[in-house]
Design a protein around this ligand. Structure first.
Ligand SMILES: NC(=O)c1ccc[n+]([C@@H]2O[C@H](COP(=O)([O-])OP(=O)(O)OC[C@H]3O[C@@H](n4cnc5c(N)ncnc54)[C@H](OP(=O)(O)O)[C@@H]3O)[C@@H](O)[C@H]2O)c1
Length: 253
């Protein structure tokens, strides 16, 4: 339950090694969040992060979570609720970028990415919604991408998974109106993380910490869609309506 000043006290991160999500968690912990559960494929590998968050003042545990195993997701939410009590926020941060050329040559790999990014979001989003509805409050924070606002030829498999995730999250948010639960979509542009290592930065590229600041600000303002950085809202307001022949000719990145 949020404290008397409205600060998030407990958070579950699905994709708990995500650099973007951890930058958000760092800010939440600095603002009195006291309990964190990280859902990760390999809890042993998250020991360093667990220790770091504990030293910052939050009771923290890592538990097993795999986005590609929908039948386990309700159990993950139950387990986190046993550790956290009420869950003030669930962050859906898992995702794979992949590579379009690899997907072109290997449709099974493309389907696997879709299973992680989109199917995983549907399953975890609904499991989180059921849990938060039951307690009567909470926020589901879905890390989408501007890549889903309009898909590009050079990464359309990834973009389409993010488009599906974004549409799902908007619909879920509408379905939750009046329940005390919110679903908020974040649409980051290019962020310097492990996911984008070695890639040419796109315009308005930024860091996880800057994204986290924008997300916290958007949450405080009650936004349901958070563009990060905020200028991308206007950039994509224009780009999404470009005629397709022009859109196709835009340089990659
Ligand atoms: N970086 C960008 O430019 C950018 C831009 C827009 C949106 N995003 C989105 O932001 C989110 C976080 O990305 P990030 O930049 O923070 O990259 P990241 O540090 O690489 O985080 C991605 C996370 O997804 C986890 N993951 C992948 N497959 C999984 C699975 N099957 N089950 C559970 N977890 C899984 C990874 O876990 P492991 O540690 O186990 O591999 C990793 O912790 C992603 O959804 C990404 O699509 C990123």
């Amino acid at each position: 339950m949020r404290d008397a000043l409205g600060a998030v006290q407990s958070v579950l991160v699905l994709g708990g090694n995500s650099e973007i999500a951890l930058a958000i968690v760092d800010r939440l912990v600095a603002s009195r969040c006291r309990r964190v559960v990280l859902g990760v494929r390999d809890p042993e590998g998250a020991t360093g992060t667990v220790e770091r968050l504990r030293s910052a003042g939050a009771e923290t545990e890592a538990i097993v979570f795999d986005a590609r195993e929908p039948s386990t997701h309700a159990d993950v939410l139950d387990r986190a609720a046993r550790m956290l009590g009420d869950i003030d926020m669930v962050i859906l941060a898992f995702g794979v970028l992949g590579d379009q050329a690899t997907f072109d040559a290997d449709p099974v790999a493309a389907a696997d990415a879709a299973r992680t990014n989109y199917v995983g979001a549907v399953s975890t989003g609904l499991a989180a919604a059921a849990r938060l509805r039951h307690q009567g409050h909470g926020t589901i924070l879905v890390i989408g991408s501007v890549a889903g606002v309009r898909t590009r030829a050079d990464n359309f498999v990834y973009g389409s998974t993010k488009a599906g995730m974004d549409a799902f999250a908007l619909g879920l948010g509408d379905a939750l109106v009046g329940t005390g639960v919110r679903c908020v979509v974040v649409r980051p542009g290019f962020v310097h993380t492990r996911m984008t290592e070695g890639m040419k930065p796109a315009p308005f590229a930024t860091t996880p910490d800057v994204i986290a600041g924008t997300v916290i600000d958007g949450l405080q303002r009650g936004h349901d869609v958070i563009w990060a950085p905020p200028i991308l809202r206007y950039v994509f307001g224009l780009l999404r309506h470009l005629p397709r022949p022009l859109w196709r000719r835009l340089p990659a990145g």
